[in-house]
Design a protein around this ligand. Structure first.
Ligand code: SF4
Length: 159
C-alpha cells in the first residue's frame, strides 16, 4: 500500500470511530431516559434535584440498569477515585465526537471543547497514527454541581 492509500485507510478508520461514538452517545441518552421513565421521573427543570439524586452511582447502580453501564453488574465505578460519582453524563457534553483533524503526521478523532487538561489522545497499536480523545482521567462531567448546571441550561421548565 502506498502512503496515500494508508492515509485513506486511517481516515476511514477515524470516520468509523467518530460515527460509533456518535451512535453510542445517542444510545446512552435513550437508555438513561428509559431508566428515569421507569422510575416515573420526568426530564424537566422542576425535577433537577430528583434527577441528580436518582443518577448518583449509589442510586442507579443495579443489574437491571447494566445495559446503560456494564460495570453495574460488578458494582464497579468507572472513576474509582471519585467519591462523588454521578452517572447521568456518561458522555460528557464537552466532548465533540464529530471532530476529525488530519494533521501532517496523525489523524485526530474527538476533542474536548473546553480543552481540559484531564484528557489526552490515545493511539492504538492497530492504527498508531490515529489518536482518539480519551477522557479517562477527567472527572468534570461526573459531579452533581456540573450536572445541575447542565440540566438548568438544557431541560424544559415543564412538558
Ligand atoms: S476531557 Fe473532561 S471536560 Fe473534556 S470532554 Fe473529556 S470529560 Fe469532558
Amino acid at each position: 500500500m502506498n502512503s496515500k492509500d494508508i492515509r485513506q485507510k486511517e481516515l476511514e478508520y477515524a470516520q468509523s470511530l467518530s460515527a460509533s461514538m456518535l451512535a453510542w452517545e445517542e444510545s446512552q441518552k435513550r437508555k438513561l431516559a428509559e431508566i428515569l421513565k421507569r422510575k416515573g421521573i420526568i426530564l424537566t427543570k422542576d425535577n433537577i434535584p430528583t434527577i441528580v439524586h436518582a443518577t448518583t452511582f449509589e442510586q442507579i447502580c443495579s443489574p437491571e440498569n447494566s445495559t446503560y453501564c456494564p460495570l453495574y453488574l460488578k458494582q464497579e465505578r468507572c472513576h474509582p477515585q471519585l467519591l462523588e460519582l454521578n452517572c447521568f453524563l456518561c458522555n460528557c457534553p464537552n466532548y465533540d465526537a464529530k471532530y476529525i483533524e488530519e494533521q501532517e503526521e496523525n489523524t485526530l478523532v474527538g476533542k474536548c471543547t473546553i480543552q481540559s487538561k484531564g484528557g489526552h489522545y490515545h493511539f492504538s497499536s492497530l492504527y498508531p497514527r490515529v489518536g482518539v480523545w480519551s477522557c479517562e482521567q477527567c472527572p468534570t462531567h461526573h459531579s452533581k454541581t456540573f450536572l445541575a448546571e447542565y440540566l438548568k441550561k438544557t431541560l424544559p421548565k415543564s412538558i
